[in-house]
Design a protein around this ligand. Structure first.
Ligand SMILES: CC(C)(COP(=O)(O)OP(=O)(O)OC[C@H]1O[C@@H](n2cnc3c(N)ncnc32)[C@H](O)[C@@H]1OP(=O)(O)O)[C@@H](O)C(=O)NCCC(=O)NCCS
Length: 219
């Protein structure tokens, strides 16, 4: 059990507070945002403290962080906050829903894994990975850092997902795929090739690369 400070005061922070309060042993003690984004000193009846100088009152030896954030800018904003927290000396907790099916998978820090995900054996999850509800994460695979799965994505067996990738709702990844860094697989797209181009956007079934744009242009 850890004393946890949640980064943010918007929807995902409220959801994280709900999930941690109802389905974990962790105790949420505060929220934090950068001072320029402070709207109120209280959220969910808990203090909101400036992230800029959070170390003044909340020592990393006593408190952990949790930063669940939306995946815009291809997860780079999420990565920045995670890295800033690490540079301040904090450990991040991960949340894995009691309604997810997991085995003895290796799961990194600051992961937010919601209900009805199935993570099959021999698959590793890196740091700062979000698996929203209902994904199938196949066996003998690897998901690297700062990746976002929305909902009802099928990642077949033996896939490697490189950092910063984002998978839209109902997308599908063929077995044995090596998905390159920063790939955006659009909602409903079905990836049939064995790999992708870095920062590429793929749409449709079979998925085709959107020419002339990269993922940072569209998301
Ligand atoms: C790839 C994506 C980001 C493109 O979004 P966008 O740039 O806003 O695209 P638009 O909605 O402006 O649509 C542009 C065109 O692409 C088409 N299009 C959009 N998404 C498409 C998709 N997934 N597959 C096929 N065509 C698509 C639109 O129909 C439109 O076609 P038109 O020009 O003929 O009218 C979006 O499709 C996507 O997958 N977003 C993720 C959604 C998601 O999973 N949300 C979960 C909650 S986080």
């Amino acid at each position: 059990m850890a004393k946890v400070i949640i980064f943010g005061t918007r929807d995902l922070a409220e959801l994280a507070h709900y999930y941690l309060s109802t389905d974990s042993e962790h105790e949420v003690v505060a929220f934090t945002v950068h001072s320029k984004f402070m709207e109120s000193p209280i959220f969910k009846n808990l203090p909101v403290v400036p992230f800029d100088n959070i170390n003044d009152d909340y020592s990393p030896s006593e408190y952990n962080l949790f930063a669940p954030m939306i995946g815009t800018k291809m997860n780079q904003l999420r990565a920045d906050i995670y890295n800033e927290g690490k540079s301040k000396g904090y450990k991040f907790i991960s949340y894995v829903s009691s309604k997810a099916t997991v085995f003895d998978n290796e799961i990194g820090e600051n992961c937010f894994i919601l209900e009805d995900n199935t993570i099959q054996p021999f698959t590793r999850i890196g740091n700062n990975v979000i698996l929203w509800s209902g994904n199938h994460i196949g066996h003998h695979g690897e998901i690297k850092d700062h990746v976002f799965f929305t909902s009802h994505v099928v990642m077949s067996g033996h896939c490697i997902i490189e950092s910063y990738s984002f998978f839209g709702v109902n997308s599908t990844i063929r077995d044995g795929c090596h998905v390159s860094k920063g790939t955006l697989l659009a909602m409903g797209a079905s990836l049939t090739k064995q790999t992708t181009e870095e920062w590429g956007v793929y749409l449709g079934n079979p998925a085709k690369k959107l020419e002339g744009k990269n993922s940072l242009d569209v998301f």
